[in-house]
Design a protein around this ligand. Structure first.
Ligand code: ACO
Length: 323
């Protein structure tokens, strides 16, 4: 598997911490020091589909393949207005592709799971190119009247075209059932045969538990993929981590004993965009010429489930479009 095109798109509305303190009992100082987030982009006039299509079209353009050459679309998405049909099939129609499509929902670990699935598809004769798209609007599952989780998130989309190649050196995925750490419960339609009371609940997060699970699992996953691939920490150019919050990134970095410059971050501008954080950051690194052929990248994510995933990529480069 190798990545030959990347793309990303963010909503136009940028919401600062001060804007949140106008309606929440919070302040810029608390949010910045506890999480690192200073602003986030929030969908208002555009739709998630608009963002997804922009990100995908940019990735296709960069890959120099034709949309009809895409053999599979994998879309990672937590939630959107359609529970059915799949978001990938809606995107497929908009971009004019004609391949099978599927959605995955492993929360913020989605990009790594999708890379692993794409790698398996690409090992078969029938698949040459896979489109991965991570499109997320966590702003629609948080409770905007509560300050605990709403301050962390932002919306965004990113895409990658992957084709046959040998850049993926190792992957490690885990799922350990743990509903209480992080969940969102939607209310289903009325059913006259169900007598129990049912309520929807906006995102519930046990912040301390997430922090603990994130740091310990990410460090362990990263060490595992490095060992599997026979690559040393010092050979890694960038550790591209899920942009959940800055304190988690710092704790992982300190555990690994690696320098600050190896941990790029953009959560200060975009907040936590769920499974889109890693491909958005990857696209930024790519488009700002920070990646060169031969670079070793380690990707690591964690999310509700509790899911985690890490992989090692020996970057061979895309047909870059400079933004
Ligand atoms: N503004 C101001 N004060 C706040 C806010 C806020 N937004 N949120 C909580 N507080 C207050 C609390 O009420 C509490 O006050 P008290 O001491 O008077 O009771 C105090 O700040 C401390 O609250 P805690 O919840 O203990 O804060 P903590 O230091 O644990 O920080 C945080 C909370 C930042 C969420 C932390 O637990 C964390 O980083 N957890 C990781 C969560 C995370 O990153 N989730 C990402 C999404 S999930 C994912 O991507 C997989």
């Amino acid at each position: 598997m190798k990545i030959i095109g990347t793309g990303s798109a963010l909503p136009s509305l940028s919401v600062s911490n001060d804007m949140l303190s106008a309606f929440l009992d919070t302040n810029d100082e608390w949010i910045s020091t506890r999480t690192g987030v200073k602003r986030r982009r929030i969908l208002s006039t555009e739709t998630l589909l608009d963002l997804a299509v922009i990100a995908v079209e940019e990735a296709i353009k960069e890959s120099k393949i034709d949309v009809t050459d895409i053999d599979y679309i994998i879309c990672s998405n937590l939630v959107n207005i359609y529970a059915t049909p799949t978001f990938s099939s809606i995107i497929q129609g908009k971009i004019g592709a004609n391949c099978p499509c599927l959605d995955i929902n492993v929360a913020c670990s989605g990009f790594i799971y999708a890379l692993d699935m794409a790698d398996a598809f690409l090992r078969t004769d029938k698949t040459k190119n896979v489109l991965i798209v991570c499109a997320e609007e966590p702003s629609r599952i948080v409770d905007w009247t509560e300050r605990d989780a709403s301050i962390l998130f932002g919306d965004g989309a990113a895409a990658a075209i992957v084709t046959k190649g040998k850049d993926l050196k190792a992957t490690h995925l885990t799922t350990t059932s743990n509903i209480d750490a992080l969940f969102y419960q939607r209310k289903l339609e009325f059913n006259p045969f169900v007598k129990r009371k049912e309520y929807g609940r906006p995102l519930v997060m046990n912040g301390k538990e997430i922090y603990r699970l994130a740091v310990s699992n990410s460090v362990s996953d990263i060490n595992k993929v490095l060992e599997k691939s026979g690559i040393k920490k010092d050979e890694v150019k960038f550790f591209v981590l899920h942009q959940a919050n800055m304190r988690i990134i710092v704790a992982i970095r300190q555990n690994l004993g690696q320098p600050e410059e190896k941990f790029p971050h953009n959560l200060e501008y975009y907040g936590n965009t769920a499974s889109a954080t890693i491909p958005i950051l990857l696209d930024e690194l790519n488009k700002t010429n920070q990646l060169v052929k031969g670079d070793i990248l380690v990707l690591s994510a964690f999310g509700a489930g509790f899911t985690t995933g890490a992989c090692v990529i020996h970057w061979s480069g895309t047909n870059k479009i400079i933004k």
